[in-house]
Design a protein around this ligand. Sequence first.
Ligand SMILES: NC(=O)c1ccc[n+]([C@@H]2O[C@H](COP(=O)([O-])OP(=O)(O)OC[C@H]3O[C@@H](n4cnc5c(N)ncnc54)[C@H](OP(=O)(O)O)[C@@H]3O)[C@@H](O)[C@H]2O)c1
Length: 165
Amino acid sequence: MTQTPDPLRLIAVAAMASNRVIGKNGKLPWKLPEDLGFFKRLTTGYPVIMGRKTFESIGRPLPKRRNIIISTTLKTAPSGTDLVASIDALRLPSINLSGKAFVIGGAQIYAALMPQIDEIYLSYIFEDHQGDATLPEFETSFDLKEVIKKYDDFEVRHYLRNALK
Ligand SMILES: NC(=O)c1ccc[n+]([C@@H]2O[C@H](COP(=O)([O-])OP(=O)(O)OC[C@H]3O[C@@H](n4cnc5c(N)ncnc54)[C@H](OP(=O)(O)O)[C@@H]3O)[C@@H](O)[C@H]2O)c1
């Protein structure tokens, strides 16, 4: 018997400074090893979806995860990745994406996919940082469900989309 695949559930994971900065000159503006560890534990085993610039910043596919890159300029998928040319393409049957998938940035991709995102894991950094990439306002469409971890420099907040949409 053929089973119907689970519907796609998009979950954003991001780290944001208190002034909403998430990136600077194509990189993360901070070094937070505990946050990288949390990110790895959360996303391992699941597809990760990212913009072309974030992929270039990481420089290689993330291991033990299906890496999906969104780009209009790349013509072939970098080794070890899958390539889509639009956010709508993520839902094409040929992409075969179902169940939980993590949206891992950057700013353009968070903004483009935010209307479709169901949950957010946000590492909220307690101070401002200088940068050129920011996370769009999402708070009016999401409820804070739980603060799941607390560290000296940041805490991990789990948000769920609220009923108002
Ligand atoms: N703090 C965090 O949690 C976090 C997470 C990830 C990244 N970052 C930071 O964010 C910064 C990068 O963000 P960014 O906004 O500059 O780049 P990005 O979102 O990673 O990638 C942008 C690229 O994605 C493609 N793209 C975006 N929207 C698209 C759409 N609707 N359809 C098709 N392709 C689309 C385009 O690629 P083409 O030009 O090839 O068409 C675009 O140039 C870096 O500083 C990075 O370190 C921070």
